[in-house]
Write a protein that binds this ligand. Structure first.
Ligand code: GLN
Length: 382
């Protein structure tokens, strides 16, 4: 057996969702919307399935979808992409990250990562032969400080993985921070793999800047239809970048999944035609949900961190008067009827900050029941 996988557990998202189901707990853990995606997009998928074709689409993705992705990013992010040479449709962003690492690094190459980091990154970097160099961002603002970031780069650095908005901290990387990262990438001839799956989920006027706009030639940007259209199970991702990167990327993709279901690709093509109002409405609904959850919790003595992007907010356990590790509290909370995600799942070292992440892409009723369970879980400790 491969020793890396032999030493890994099951991903925390699966574990917490399973526990929530077993215990009948409200699931504020794994990040997925409670609503099952817009009806018209589901109907487009149903039609596309019945009308076909359902055979292999082009390896890099349906031309109409690649054109729609190019048009979307031109309209929203000031980026001009050549749909034939600079876009590949993947089976989710996770596949795109794996393909990028397989395509861009050789064993022994260094990869700069930032903690907190999405749980898939580190195992994939190591499996691809990369040597991780981890920089820790600090709460509550999770900023990229030039000095600490620069110290992680050296002549072996080949790839830097960033995620903005950042899961789980819900922080948004500023243009100035991206420019600083870009300068370091250029100086070291490193590629930035920019995981931007939460690009459309922004609150309080936060603005998403794509790394592709800042560093056009050295960035492989990753987007996700699942996050844009509240259809996380569809696993349709967009990899975008210069032909020099994309050609090798596509060679990794062709032997990972080869293609992505054509019916879903056609439905996502339709979805990308939605007006700006669709995205604005999604953000304002989510912002209301965030505020509802946060005010229920803060009214009862919880302290939460700022949440400007994605659909997560975190509880600062120590500041909330809970002297417990994040994992211990997550276990305690699920016994009281609510699943959360402990931040330590996003850290390589065992000294993660004592924070738990909550997903607020839920109905008011679910949020209220989740808040109540958290309040009871906290009270039982005081
Ligand atoms: N991205 C989702 C989250 O952060 C989980 C995805 C998964 O379960 N693999 O909760």
């Amino acid at each position: 057996m491969n020793s890396l996988y032999a030493s890994l557990g099951t991903t925390v998202f699966e574990v917490m969702s399973r526990l929530a189901a077993e215990k009948g707990a409200v699931n504020l853990g794994q990040g997925f919307p409670e609503d099952d995606g817009p009806r018209d997009i589901l109907e487009a998928a149903a039609r596309a399935t019945l009308e076909g074709p359902n055979q292999y689409p082009s390896m890099r993705g349906l031309p109409e979808l690649r054109q729609a992705v190019a048009a979307h990013y031109r309209a929203y992010q000031n980026v001009d992409l050549d749909w034939q040479r600079e876009i590949t449709i993947t089976s989710g962003a996770t596949e795109a990250i794996a393909a990028a690492l397989l395509a861009f690094i050789e064993p022994g190459d260094e990869v700069v990562l930032f903690e907190p980091l999405y749980d898939a990154y580190l195992p994939m970097v190591k499996r691809a032969g990369g040597v991780p160099r981890i920089v820790r961002l600090q709460p509550p603002h999770w900023r990229f400080e030039r000095e600490t970031v620069a110290a992680a780069f050296n002549e072996k650095t080949r790839v830097v993985i960033i995620n903005t908005p950042l899961n789980p901290s819900a922080s948004v990387t500023s243009r100035a921070e991206l420019e600083m990262l870009a300068e370091l990438c250029r100086a070291h001839n490193a590629i930035c793999v920019s995981d931007e799956v939460w690009e459309h989920l922004l609150f309080d006027g936060a603005e998403h800047v794509s790394m592709l706009e800042v560093m056009r030639d050295h960035t492989l940007k990753i987007g996700s239809a699942g996050k844009m259209f509240s259809l996380t199970g569809w696993k349709v991702g967009f990899a975008c970048g210069a032909p020099e990167l994309m050609d090798n990327f596509a060679k990794a993709h062709q032997f990972l999944t080869f293609t992505t279901p054509p019916n879903l690709q056609r439905a996502v093509t339709y979805a990308l035609g939605k007006p700006r109002a669709y995205f604005e409405e999604m953000c304002s609904t989510l912002q209301r949900s965030r505020d509802r959850l946060v005010s229920a919790l803060e009214g009862e003595g919880f302290v939460t961190l700022p949440a400007r992007g994605a659909y997560f907010v975190s509880i600062d356990l120590a500041a909330s008067g809970i002297a417990m590790s994040d994992e211990a509290f997550a276990r305690h909370a699920v016994d009281h009827g609510v699943a959360t995600i402990p931040f330590s799942a996003f850290y390589a070292a065992p000294d993660a900050p004592a924070l738990v992440r909550l997903c607020f892409a839920k109905s008011d009723d679910t949020l209220d029941r989740g808040a109540e369970a958290l309040i009871n879980a906290r009270r039982s400790l005081l």
